[in-house]
Write a protein that binds this ligand. Sequence first.
Ligand SMILES: Nc1ncnc2c1ncn2[C@@H]1O[C@H](COP(=O)(O)OP(=O)(O)OP(=O)(O)O)[C@@H](O)[C@H]1O
Length: 357
Amino acid sequence: MDHSIKEAIISHMLQLVAPGTPLRDGIDNVLRAKTGGLIVVGHNDKVQQIVDGGFSINCKYSPASLYELAKMDGAIILNEDATKILFANTQLVPDTIIPSTETGIRHRTAERVARQTGNLVISISQRRNVITLYQGVIRYSLKDIGVILTKANQAIQTLEKYKVVFDQSVTNLGALEFEELVTYQEVTQVIHRIEMVLRIKNEIIKYVNELGVEGRLIRIQMEELVSNIEEEAILLIKDYMKDVTQDPYQILRQLKKLSSEELFDETVIMKLLGFSSGLNLQEEMVHPRGFRILTKIPRLPAVIIENLTETFENLPQILRATIAELDDVEGIGEIRAKKVKEGLKRIQEQLFVDRHI
Ligand SMILES: Nc1ncnc2c1ncn2[C@@H]1O[C@H](COP(=O)(O)OP(=O)(O)OP(=O)(O)O)[C@@H](O)[C@H]1O
């Protein structure tokens, strides 16, 4: 199964049972009462085929009713978004040919039902104090909130460190862009770093999803650190991809799929940007189109940035353009032309002050 599809399924199931949701409240009640439970989320033809006996309940879902119904033997079936309890006390009869690695009957049934129907199945162990989620071939044991919180906090600290390193290298890149001294190596290095930050951010998002209401503070910290990091990555790619017709979002998606070793390989990143191997990355100079720097000018609409980069092709040419030449660009009058010039000058000054040598 594609890694990103698997991640998406896990993320969806974790959000459904995240702390603070009614479903999680009900599951926690069952766990505490030590009655055990087997819950199928969603009812369709495939589920219908393996259900035997039980009662039709068809009432609004509430944590209390889930708890009461779990006292009975058998499985409980909820609707797709877990807002209704449809059946209780049902016997599930999945195909025994379907392989299962579980030992107990409840867990084996849960795994088989999930594989056979593709639905989310939740097994709450009576003796072992664990909640296991199954969907298709995916199996996920919910972890203790304290353990996830510790991991999430560690990830936030790592994110802070990586963010500092990334900020430094992106400031240096900006200064070099004004000096026309950027080599391909600097570009691949910054792209590598932004992808590292994105990877840590995604890991934290997973924890936040699993933590539900308990993850509020982690989410705030994360957003404060890297709220628009994806946009920054897209602008960076747009500045340096070989051909303007390439899709920067597609390049970013491919970047996400790289293994850690590949991400360290400059030639792999260059290839994603559309360059063939054979370039001398440490010596050959490259100019950015200017998207990233122009976006820093306050209140400059995206369409004007597009027009500027299209007319002048790269940042050095935009910097060399006179007020009159800027004025000729569609959507730019004299006042805006001056604002662009002043804006670029201010950004340059700031970058030269902030750069790390
Ligand atoms: N096919 C099934 N359909 C519905 N409920 C089932 C099915 N199989 C087992 N159960 C439920 O699981 C209970 C017995 O589970 P058992 O103790 O054998 O499993 P287990 O996987 O070891 O779980 P636990 O860790 O909770 O003990 C039954 O009382 C019943 O409620």
